[in-house]
Design a protein around this ligand. Structure first.
Ligand SMILES: [Fe+2]
Ligand SMILES: [Fe+2]
Length: 202
């Protein structure tokens, strides 16, 4: 276990109990997916351990931290400040917990909205966070994402984002521009792959 992981594990005690339990379930999912997809398990664990560091903060506190960090706040972040808990954790993980891996930090930043050009580790964390068992209990359709995650992280991302868009319409949530961009990129990728497959078959 490296220093950052040790500090993050110790830091879990400062989170509300239910949140710490969620984080540990995400660590479990992330570790499993790392094995399945041949992704660095230590990076997956550290990303999972750090991803919800600021999740218990109030909207007001998140907006204050954003101002302190000089973080650019999108209009959608103003409507749903909870979306900021990913990106705003990045400087804290780097400075207070010694997390230096840019891919891990990018994973934490992207786990709330998704983003275009996510790496495999970043997709792994995004998906692991959504498919932990308690979340599936609350949202049974996400079980489909869990099934896909074992085979294809892009397909799992696409399925989750599709579900998210449907829920957003139903609940009148705004859609973050990064979420839309992430989904568009996945759709383009699927069509690109399909076209190449067709060409290869000719
Ligand atoms: Fe989160
Ligand atoms: Fe989470």
């Amino acid at each position: 276990m490296n220093d950052a992981e040790e500090r993050l594990r110790a830091g879990l005690a400062k989170l509300p109990g239910r949140l710490a339990a969620h984080v540990l379930r995400v660590v479990e999912e992330a570790t499993r997916l790392a094995l399945v997809h041949d992704i660095d398990p230590e990076a997956a664990r550290i990303a999972a351990l750090g991803h919800d560091l600021l999740r218990a903060h109030s909207d007001e506190r998140l907006l204050t931290i954003a101002a302190e960090q000089g973080h650019a706040v999108d209009p959608v972040d103003r409507i749903e400040p909870v979306l900021l808990h990913g990106p705003l954790a990045v400087p804290i993980l780097r400075e207070q917990y010694g997390v230096v891996d840019a891919d891990v930090l990018g994973a934490v930043a992207a786990h709330t909205t998704a983003a275009p050009r996510m790496t495999r580790l970043q997709k792994l964390l995004f998906v692991a966070d959504k498919i932990e068992p308690h979340k599936i209990e609350r949202r049974p359709p996400v079980a489909r994402v869990r099934e896909l995650a074992d085979r294809d992280l892009d397909a799992a991302m696409r399925a989750y984002l599709d579900y998210h868009v449907l829920v957003a319409l139903d609940e009148r949530w705004p859609l973050h521009p990064r979420t839309v961009a992430a989904r568009n990129e996945l759709v383009a990728g699927e069509r690109g792959v399909a076209n190449e497959a067709r060409e290869a078959g000719e």
